[in-house]
Design a protein around this ligand. Sequence first.
Ligand SMILES: *[C@@H]1O[C@H](CO)[C@@H](O)[C@H](O)[C@H]1NC(C)=O
Ligand SMILES: *[C@@H]1O[C@H](CO)[C@@H](O)[C@H](O)[C@H]1NC(C)=O
Ligand SMILES: *[C@@H]1O[C@H](CO)[C@@H](O)[C@H](O)[C@H]1NC(C)=O
Length: 381
Amino acid sequence: MALLKLLMCSVFVSLTLTSFSPARAAQMPPPVKAAYWPSWFSESFPPSAINTALFTHVYFAFLMPSNRSFTFDLPESTAAQLSQFTTSLRRKTPPVKTLFSIGGGGSDSALFARIASDAKSRQIFIDSSIKTARKFGFDGLDLDWEFPKDTTEMKYFADLITQWRKTIDREAKLTSRPPLLLSAAVYYASEFLINGERRSFPAAEISKSLDWINVMCFDYHGSWDTTATGAHAALFDPHTNLSSYYGLRSWISAGVPRNKMVMGIPLYGKSWTLKDPYVHGVGAPAVGVGPGDDGILTYVQVKEFNQKTGATVVYDIRTVSAYSYVNTSWVGYDDIKSTTTKVEFARANGLRGYFFWALSYDSVDWEISTQASNAWVDDQY
Ligand SMILES: *[C@@H]1O[C@H](CO)[C@@H](O)[C@H](O)[C@H]1NC(C)=O
Ligand SMILES: *[C@@H]1O[C@H](CO)[C@@H](O)[C@H](O)[C@H]1NC(C)=O
Ligand SMILES: *[C@@H]1O[C@H](CO)[C@@H](O)[C@H](O)[C@H]1NC(C)=O
């Protein structure tokens, strides 16, 4: 419970409670301020539009290996996109590091299980990933396998990242280049129950083999539950375990070092249709999804919605989130204030940084990304 107190104090009482001594700070790796770039929006949001002053790492989302060869047999159009991505980001001042992310929500999870189940297929996949990264000038790789579905697949996941790290280190030595970065996007909690089976991520192998994990601290509520509104990226929730506080704490308890944890922050909201327009808090009765694509609105769209409808905007200090409502339309999202609090929370608790899903969802003037970057004060470096 000491842990619980530490986390709570740091955000609500005093940020200095957990601040680091200069001696320790000197050993701290530089912060990660990352964001994923969805490649399917490249027409409207090309890599050249990215403001690199606000980020340290940008992820190309996503690539998938072939389900026959397990290698990255990329169509020419994808290859061109990768080149354009790394070339235009390399030209920018300041520069950012680039990684490509493999998988993504809704990708073929069974394929990852097949690849990871066997040392030989793992090696084929790993070698191809490294070759692809070097060919296009990426600084690293990211695995977004959603999700290893049982104890066996968690073991495969462990084997895969262990072998990946070994191969990356060997390649770096052989070629005298800096080793590629290796990260993974993971579930908000280190272990969870599904259909009565407990699944635990392999914390020891994660700590040893990955540079960091991107903890997906969002999607706690959505179109699968239309009976009530929800703060889908709540930092705290007094009633359930669906909160970033709970999830991050579970990762710390599992033994993953805090400085290997990067906290996810969504640049999108979730909407519901209220049952009663006069009952509109977080958790208010709802009858379906609200505006947006299956109840999802990007931050830009939320802003538009608020302006166009004159919706009432409320900040919910309990969950550290914002919501707006007009008549029976209700949207829960992260605004400047909640994002700032989350970034301060991550920093005060010794996490490595934060990441956004997704880059192009911020307002045109980079409102949220700017605020987040400013909130992570680098006074210790
Ligand atoms: C492999 O991918 C192709 C194309 O997406 C699909 O049609 C096929 O069913 C997949 N095969 C397996 C074994 O998953
Ligand atoms: C939350 O998780 C803890 C274990 O980490 C468990 O004991 C508790 O029952 C859970 N609470 C709810 C409301 O699910
Ligand atoms: C809300 O309801 C009022 C009264 O029915 C209506 O005039 C108004 O256009 C509605 N606003 C929106 C944004 O739907």
